[in-house]
Design a protein around this ligand. Structure first.
Ligand code: SF4
Length: 223
C-alpha cells in the first residue's frame, strides 16, 4: 500500500475554507478526478494530474510539514478523494498518522468507508438539484456518519431552498445530532438571504461559506 501512487492536482498549506473548521490552518491535498460534473463546480481543473506521489512519500511530506507546524489539520479534497483508486491508500495514510486529524471532503454520492477511526472526519456534501450532479446522494451515509466527528454540508442556490428544507428534515430524522452546515452557491445567494432563510424557518443548521474566496478572490488557485 505504501507504494500506491496517488495523482494530485495540488497540495499546499492554507486556511480551511469551509465548515466545520473554517479558518483553521490546514495541509490541503487535492486529489485528481471526480465521478461528477456539477453545473457550478468551482474546481474546473479537478482532473489535472500535476503531482504523482507514493503513499509513503505523502506521509513523509505530511510529517515534515506538521513537524514544523503542529496545528495543521489534513484536509483531503478534490475532485473526489474517495474514488476507488484512492480510498484504500487514504485509509492507510490516516492509520499511519493517528495523531493527526484528517478531514475528508466528499461529494456524498459514494458510501464513506467505515468511520470508527477517531482521527478521520467526513464532510459530506448533499448536492442540491441545481448542481445537476446526475448521481443521487448515497443515503447509507446518513447512518454511517458519526455526529461526534462528521457532518453534512449543503450548498444551495435560490432555487434549491425548498429542497434544502426537506433535505435538512430528512437528515435530522435519520441522524438527529449530526451537524449540518448550509452554504450559498457563491454569487447566486447572499449570506444575508441565507441567514434569513435559516432563521425564518428555524432550521437546525449552521451557516457556512467559502472563506478562501472572500480572502483571496473567487478564482485564485493554490490558496
Ligand atoms: S463533486 Fe465537487 S469537484 Fe466534483 S464536479 Fe462536483 S463540485 Fe466539482
Amino acid at each position: 500500500m505504501q507504494r500506491t501512487i496517488l495523482s494530485l492536482v495540488e497540495k499546499y498549506i492554507t486556511l480551511s475554507g469551509e465548515a466545520p473548521l473554517m479558518g483553521h490552518p490546514a495541509y490541503l491535498i487535492r486529489f485528481s478526478g471526480c465521478n461528477l460534473d456539477c453545473a457550478f463546480c468551482d474546481t474546473p481543473y479537478r482532473n489535472e494530474e500535476n503531482i504523482r506521489i507514493s503513499a509513503a512519500d505523502l506521509i513523509a511530506d505530511i510529517q515534515a510539514h506538521t513537524h514544523e507546524y503542529p496545528q495543521l489539520i489534513i484536509l483531503c479534497t478534490g475532485g473526489e478523494p474517495l474514488l476507488q483508486k484512492y480510498r484504500q491508500a487514504l485509509i492507510y495514510i490516516i492509520d499511519k498518522l493517528p495523531r493527526l486529524q484528517f478531514y475528508i471532503e466528499t461529494n456524498g454520492t459514494i458510501p464513506v468507508p467505515e468511520t470508527n477511526r477517531a482521527n478521520c472526519h467526513y464532510i459530506v456534501d448533499w448536492k442540491a438539484p441545481s448542481a445537476e450532479a446526475g448521481v443521487p446522494f448515497a443515503e447509507t451515509n446518513l447512518k454511517q456518519l458519526k455526529h461526534e466527528k462528521d457532518c453534512i454540508k449543503i450548498v444551495t442556490g435560490p432555487e434549491d431552498l425548498d429542497w434544502a428544507k426537506k433535505t435538512i428534515a430528512c437528515i435530522k430524522k435519520s441522524n438527529p445530532q449530526l451537524p449540518v452546515f448550509i452554504s450559498p452557491v457563491w454569487g447566486k445567494l447572499s449570506l444575508s438571504q441565507l441567514a434569513e432563510f435559516i432563521l425564518t424557518n428555524k432550521l437546525p443548521v449552521s451557516l457556512s461559506f467559502q472563506l478562501h474566496k472572500l480572502i483571496w478572490g473567487a478564482h485564485t488557485r493554490g490558496v
